[in-house]
Design a protein around this ligand. Sequence first.
Ligand code: 5AD
Ligand code: SF4
Length: 464
Amino acid sequence: MENNANIQEYLNRAREIVEERSKKADRPLTFCVNTFGCQMNARDSEKLRGMLLEAGYEPSDSEASDFVLYNTCTVRENANNKVYGRLGYLHGLKRRNPNMKIALCGCMMQEDTVVEKIKSSYSFVDLIFGTFNIYKFPELLVSVLESDSMIIDIWKEHKDIVEDIPTKRKYPFKSGVNIMYGCNNFCTYCIVPYVRGRERSREPKDIIRECEALVKDGAIEIMLLGQNVNSYGNTFQHKVSFASLLNDVASISGLRRLRFMTSHPKDLSTELMDVMADHSNICPHMHLPLQSGSDRMLAAMNRHYNKKRYLMLVDQLRQRIPDISITTDIIVGFPSETEEDFLETMDVVEKVRYDSAFTFLYSKRTGTPAASMEEQVAENIAKERFNRLLERVQKIGSEQSLRFVGTKQSVLIEDTNKQDKNLVTGRMMNNSVVHFPASSDLIGKEAEVKILESKGFYYIGEMV
Ligand code: 5AD
Ligand code: SF4
């Protein structure tokens, strides 16, 4: 592929420059990539890390590095504020290190107002690029290394899907795999379709090939990634459903665990539920964003389902996969939300009894239809509802977690415990976190663990 030849050429050129500067500085040059936001960004960061490694930089966790890259998120306003807050700190580091380059990429950079602000107030930034041209990073890297002025390369739409970008997985034992990019749903509060572009799916054969290679390379767990995996394949001439793709990936010999994110309720099929029920290596977990339980709000959000249908999907899931963990996203304070609307959301929470829920205060995103809706909800009212909701979802979540106490679970060990070095931390098939005593040599392996105690958000267990 021509694109890949280009990637390699630029990486070689970057490596020459990095080697030369590292000789001059008499130390290896380091890089640090910090990711904000979702699994998509986390996966993009693995590609960016892979390319920086090939360019001859050494990895570091410290932002006092020679190449610092922020992969940004803009889904809510506070995500943007975090980035601005940290840029000041990076500027201080850059003043002390003449080799230091600062780069920004990701969803936030697809907004014109953000780029304007960085140009005017953060002129020490060396490189800005967006979500559509990650595969051009090697070329941009060479330009940045050869120039002293700010380089900006933002595309408004995607061009090709480029396969086989050098990638450095954060964990050798698990990996995300993109199955599609972008989103066509235009939920009225959401900025994602504007910053990630139109939906496009990767070819099934490319996905299967990548998954097979990961399994050969020792990956135990794969997570298929898309803004809305349930509409996978809709843009192909010969339709391929997500259910059939999932079935094919689950059938890869040696794949121990398969997850996926995120499912939009509007096109969650019973065919998909059947595939989940059929394969013991598909994790019994469904993240099914509710957003609101009010039919009026759901219509205003452009979600294309109502409360009744959502509850029916949950019933169908539980009939087929009895112990399934169901998690969700909920927005509080969408424009014109009344107490009655909010109580409908609370009612769904009571009926579904989620294992856990991410709750968000509605955040106004410029350019989305909801931003110009009248009747924005007052902050104090939204906050009060938010607190009521949070209290209930936490209480219900900890009650739900009790059902696994006393059971034996397969746990994939991911890390040593941050507080107690004698403990390791891992995840059950349903994605719950478990801490238990074991040697850190077991990181990346599966263990049979008896669940002894629930602490609400996590469990304490012992190996059996
Ligand atoms: N305000 C608050 N929450 C939002 N989300 C997306 N856009 C907004 C917004 N403008 C939430 C949704 C989505 C999750 C990833 O982020 O709940 O499912
Ligand atoms: Fe945003 Fe809706 Fe697309 Fe999810 S499905 S990314 S909430 S527009």
